[in-house]
Design a protein around this ligand. Structure first.
Ligand code: NAP
Length: 243
């Protein structure tokens, strides 16, 4: 069994996921770069290794059961366990997304990746996480999924564009994570939600105002929580995000 802490980051080939992988790699951890496209995955692994990280590629499409199972098998063979899972991969889906205009198929596609993808990967990895001394699961959410903020402000940076696909998928992910926390209470697994802020990435056409490195910080914090840390919480750099 590997002595190094071993983590898997989904959607780690670019954006915030890449910087989460880089940040955890800088701690001396072994980092599985979960990504669906072989070229993008291997290029990220190369860049992370060049920066000194112990990175390796994990072929993973979060919408595919067989892919999640194969990823778990790869980690089982490599390390026999998983210490940290960061469910970072997500999509916004096609536009328009106003409730009165959205194609229902867009909602299905977004939920398949942003919610069911997290469920699929988490459940595939749980047997490996249960073998860790201090397992952590971090689900990358967004303040656009905060129902409280939706009712409190019109600030598009905080609540996102008017959309029936992406923001509700994060509210759904938040609710799902709370249910996981309830089921896993009494185990040593801590599961939390992180919000990176408004970050310049492909997801928003690089309109975000924070760097991917800044966006990764909350995930790194939640991935390295002490054993008496919180579970079932929703956090950004400044503290708890209202539900
Ligand atoms: P990004 O640059 O678009 O990166 C998304 C990542 O997810 C890419 O690596 C993408 O891979 C991957 N992905 C998408 N579908 C996948 C699938 N089916 N299987 C495997 N990987 C898949 O987005 P980001 O801004 O870094 O977002 C990272 C996380 O932060 C997401 O959960 C997002 O919702 C959240 N977030 C972002 C912001 C922001 O302002 N950027 C704000 C709040 C929350 P490909 O390259 O193959 O497409």
């Amino acid at each position: 069994m590997s002595e190094r802490t071993i983590a898997l980051v989904t959607g780690a080939n670019k954006g915030i996921g890449y910087e989460i992988a880089a940040g955890l790699g800088a701690l001396g951890w072994s980092i599985g770069v979960g990504a669906r496209d072989e070229q993008r995955r291997e290029s990220a692994v190369e860049r992370l290794r060049a920066a000194g990280a112990d990175a390796f590629g994990v072929p993973l499409d979060v919408t595919d059961d067989a892919s999640a199972t194969a990823a778990a098998r790869l980690l089982e063979d490599r390390a026999g366990r998983l210490d940290v899972l960061v469910n970072n991969a997500a999509i916004t889906g096609d536009w328009p997304q106003e409730p009165t205009r959205i194609d229902p198929g867009t909602i299905r596609t977004v939920v398949e990746t942003n919610v069911i993808g997290v469920l699929r990967v988490t459940n595939a990895m749980l047997p490996l996480l249960r073998r860790s001394a201090s397992p952590r699961i971090v689900n990358m959410s967004s303040s656009v999924g905060s129902l409280t903020r939706q009712s409190e402000t019109d600030d598009v940076q905080a609540i996102g564009p008017l959309a029936a696909g992406y923001p509700p998928s994060k509210s759904f992910l938040n609710a799902l994570t709370v249910q996981y926390a309830r089921e896993l209470r009494g185990t040593n697994i801590l599961i939390n939600l992180g919000c990176p802020g408004y970050v310049a990435t492909d997801l928003n056409g690089f309109r975000g105002v924070r760097t991917p490195e800044q966006g990764a910080a909350i995930a790194i914090k939640l991935a390295t929580l002490p054993d008496d840390g919180p579970t079932g919480g929703f956090f950004e750099d400044a503290g708890e995000v209202p539900w």
